[in-house]
Design a binder for this molecule. Sequence first.
Ligand code: PLP
Length: 400
Amino acid sequence: MRKKFLVFGAPLIEDKEIKEVVKTLRSGWLSTGPKVHKFETMFKEYIGTKFAHALNSCTAGLHLSMVAIGVGAGDEVITTPMTFCATANSIIHTGAKPVFVDIDVRSMNISAEKIKECIERKYYIDEKSGTPINKETHKHLRAIMPVHFAGRPADMDEIVRIARKYNLYIIEDAAHCIEGFYKGKKIGTIGDLTCFSFYATKNLVTGEGGMVTTDNKTFADRIETYGLHGMSRGAWHRYSDKGYVKYRVIYPGFKYNMMDIQASLGIHQLKKLSQYSKKREKIWNRYNEALKDLPITTPAPFGKEIVHARHLYTILIDKDDAGITRDELQQKLYRLNIGTGVHFSSLHLEPYYQHNFGYRKGDFPNAEYVSERTLSLPFSAKLSDTDVGDVIEALSTILK
Ligand SMILES: *Cc1c(COP(=O)(O)O)cnc(C)c1O
């Protein structure tokens, strides 16, 4: 048994980031400034969009993306229940309602087929706007918010087709998918707006942090303004050596800006992304090979049409096959000093969404199936060969 507890999703922070943070601290400019600007410029070049705006989280990005396209009270947004609560909460913060649509059980992504069914069944088309209106709630459907689960791009061709047909915006939650491609297109360049996370466990880490990419200047401008108190553009210059800069307050905005301390990490993490990806790909392949004969389900294979960003390595444990439940396996691994995660418990099973939107157990059978069986193994560029070997050995011992 390993001596030291293996933390799930540990970040890899190296000398360059540490030196850059120290330099930033010594510079005296801690909040939004030149480093954030540099990180944004690097990021939009990396993704290939006209605009990239850095924020203090992906959650802030999702919320402001909703605000930018004008989603508010009286609106509805389709999303997946197999996600972190931030996805749905960002919709709720605008006053809108999240409409969950079940997933495809293999990809664990929102099912495009079921989005179509949901719209055809629950909505009629408003003659004036050409957009769907809910037959029961009379609310307007405004957008689709797919999540690229675990780093596997969702079925974007179909989702784009549905969005065009019904006049809906697409806001992508790409918290897991920074290195992803879908049919040759970089994730971040497909939907109207795409949000990335740099939270401590993600593929690129700034501790807390996020980025929104878009090609739409109006949306980019709104996100910048709403993200910093609703003050007119460039307000972060107001205490710089350029002299006091006058600003106007044009919206009741939010405090969502990224700090230069965070961007100092991001600048170097971005440069190492492909190196870290290669490392995760090796671990991924090693897990696949070593676990293939165990009575569990490993991640669904994928073809050349996508690049999987390999954020989470999730297995499914079915008691009938494995003789043990997911929770029991998680406990046994914990006792062997191996930390794991559960991504996710479907949101329609959580009390808030049940009490406020009437969701019930049984609504989304595929999401429930995954919720009860999924377990995320330790997976990050920081893992050593020995760490990976320990995980494999522990699983083999427990399951054989
Ligand atoms: C981590 C995560 C978020 C939230 O990201 P933050 O940067 O922590 O706000 C949103 N959606 C998904 C799917 C996530 O995993």
